[in-house]
Design a protein around this ligand. Structure first.
Ligand SMILES: Cc1cc2nc3c(=O)[nH]c(=O)nc-3n(C[C@H](O)[C@H](O)[C@H](O)COP(=O)(O)OP(=O)(O)OC[C@H]3O[C@@H](n4cnc5c(N)ncnc54)[C@H](O)[C@@H]3O)c2cc1C
Length: 400
């Protein structure tokens, strides 16, 4: 089948790679330069343990404080506040106890076995050296926060995530570079994976996929009697099927077709410190809302959330806030070597949209905080959708 994959982030490229291996005739359409695509600058974790949706009763309770304080790890891009209201109302509904528990269970159904799929993909790509399995840590500032963390972890453990709670001495034994006394303890997710160079994975995926690449800055989609017409600034193309994997940019491409999906951007930021490798596994100072991830030859601090603002430039104060968080753990780091902002494509229920929206049009976007984790599964689900399988109800484009 002739298939156009729209978008060249981790979701589009993993899907194109799989479909080409299955023998389809694949073209990948995306802008040549896209500095804010989420897939290059993320924290690199294969987060099989990330079973909590963003919206929970606790987040809803703290929302006014979190969202209105521009310094909090979860803030609103102020100029976008008005346009965010409909999304926020849906988010509030998804944060109520019954909905949050339903979303947690759905996340467990798609995330828990992501490591098996990633191991297979990385080996197929010949990139085993980039994949590490020393687990990840959530580090808590105080004994009270540690106790609350242990309580919150019970919901994940009940769904099958492995979690070990550590007091400060055990944490220090695992990560001696963390300053003594800085954290009261941590949750360890033993044996979980991370990638020390997400951008290199994208490059290898693109290079090893037999697909025609079209560097288009704009496009629109229109159904034809047999398949789809794709009009771009590089000319018109046609395909029997389209996979829409344009991350946070996906929803506007669907609107003219009458398909409305509540998608917004959660802008995330990173700072990198070249030549600094203090830690041996991804470590999240929970109160600060980011991960320190040991990347190849450098330390990356990646995370925090700023809701909205898809076309707006980065907010410099968010980097300053992130740097304060970094220095609250490692005060003596040199100035950052580089900084970055990317758009997490986010849906109010924290679940991606994967499946057929219209005949021959498959959605594959909205992966929020765990798109790297879910990329190989998404490619598999797209392949099954092309064979006619109905979407999982929790992921269906028709659920809104
Ligand atoms: C700071 C941060 C940390 C993160 N950490 C993790 C983590 O540790 N683990 C994890 O699993 N996930 C993590 N994530 C989330 C993860 O990075 C995203 O969910 C994932 O990268 C989304 O991939 P994507 O391919 O859907 O989108 P993107 O990577 O954003 O790609 C979108 C693609 O669509 C293209 N596009 C845009 N507009 C158009 C158009 N009009 N036509 C055609 N193409 C278009 C873009 O150029 C790009 O190629 C993190 C995200 C951030 C921001």
């Amino acid at each position: 089948m002739q298939i156009a994959v729209v978008g060249a982030g981790i979701i589009g490229l993993t899907t194109a790679h799989r479909l080409a291996l299955e023998g389809h005739d694949v073209m990948v359409i995306a802008p040549a330069e896209e500095p804010h695509r989420a897939s290059t600058g993320n924290a690199g974790t294969i987060a099989t343990y990330a079973l909590d949706p963003v919206g929970t009763p606790g987040v809803l309770r703290d929302a006014p404080n979190l969202l209105l304080n521009p310094d909090s790890p979860l803030a609103i891009h102020r100029p976008s506040a008005l346009s965010l209201v409909p999304w926020l109302l849906r988010f509030a509904r998804q944060s109520l106890p019954v909905a949050a528990q339903r979303n947690r269970q759905a996340l467990a159904g798609i995330a828990l076995d992501a490591d098996t799929r990633w191991r297979a993909l990385i080996t197929a790509l010949g990139l085993d050296a980039l994949l590490h399995d020393r687990g990840a840590l959530y580090a808590y500032d105080s004994p009270q926060a540690l106790a609350r963390g242990a309580e919150a972890m019970k919901a994940r453990q009940a769904l099958g995530a492995a979690v070990e709670m550590l007091y400060a001495p055990a944490l220090h034994a695992l990560e001696p570079a963390l300053p003594e006394g800085r954290f009261a303890g941590a949750a360890l997710f033993p044996g979980t994976l991370w990638l020390d160079d997400p951008a290199a994975v994208l490059t290898r995926l693109a290079a090893s996929t037999r697909a025609h690449r079209i560097d288009a800055r704009s496009l629109s989609l229109a159904p034809k009697p047999q398949g789809w017409q794709i009009d771009t600034d590089r000319g018109p193309f046609s395909a029997e099927a389209v996979v829409l994997a344009a991350g946070a940019w996906s929803a506007p491409l669907l609107r003219p077709l009458g398909v409305k999906i509540p998608l917004t951007a959660e802008r995330g930021y990173h700072l990198e410190f070249d030549g600094i490798e203090p830690l041996t596994r991804p470590t999240c100072p929970v109160a600060k809302g980011f991960y320190f991830t040991p990347m190849k030859g450098r330390l990356r601090a990646a995370g925090t959330v700023e809701l909205g603002g898809i076309g707006a430039p980065p907010s410099p104060h968010r980097w300053e806030k992130l740097e304060q968080g970094v220095r609250s753990v490692f005060p003596d780091l040199p100035p950052p070597s580089r900084r970055w902002m990317g758009l997490r494509p986010s849906i109010p229920d924290s679940l991606p949209v994967v499946g057929t929206a219209l005949p021959g049009l498959i959605c594959a976007f909205g992966h929020g905080h765990i798109g790297l984790t879910l990329a190989p599964l998404t490619a598999e689900l797209v392949s099954r959708a092309l064979e006619g399988e109905a979407p999982q109800p929790a992921l269906s484009p028709a659920r809104f």
